[in-house]
Design a protein. Structure first.
Length: 156
């Protein structure tokens, strides 16, 4: 009986040590988990985020276009949409935004469709805007940004 107790005393700690070592060699769940989803609703001429405050780090931005025309979401560092450089047509001049301020964009999202993009945001404020320009039947152009299709979010 005493021999069995002695073996169990050695086997159990050895098994615990083996499990601990195996767990340390495996990637943690945090590195393999999907980034949190940040839902954005796009319509004429609004971007409505489900959350104004999000966690810094990777986020999967899911842009759902509930409008009747195509939209996009461009994300840049900043606090004031009116401070963004614009072109004569009212759209944002993305070529004049510093590279360090550019985060990414969804690309065009057709009416009734959804598109997602995973981006990494550091702590700070961000401007989300649509930079689509529509040409009307009479030849005039409508800038979604000039119509007020922008919002801000904060990551911390």
């Amino acid at each position: 009986m005493e021999m069995r107790v002695l073996k169990i005393r050695h086997v159990v700690p050895a098994a615990i040590l083996a499990l601990a070592l195996a767990a340390g060699a495996m990637p943690s769940l945090a590195t393999t988990a999907k980034p949190p989803k940040q839902k954005l609703t796009l319509t004429e001429y609004q971007i409505t985020p489900a959350l104004q405050f999000i966690a810094k780090g990777k986020s999967r931005f899911v842009a759902q276009n509930t409008g009747t025309v195509k939209h996009e979401v461009v994300i840049v560092r900043g606090t004031d949409p009116s401070a963004l450089p614009t072109k004569p047509d009212g759209s944002v001049d993305e070529d004049h935004i510093p590279k360090s301020a550019k985060v990414g964009e969804t690309g065009n999202v057709k009416a009734g469709k959804t598109k997602s993009k995973t981006l990494k945001l550091g702590a700070g404020s961000y401007i989300l805007f649509c930079n689509i320009i529509d040409t009307q039947p009479d030849g005039s152009q409508v800038s979604h940004f000039a119509k007020g299709m922008y919002t801000t979010i904060n990551a911390s």
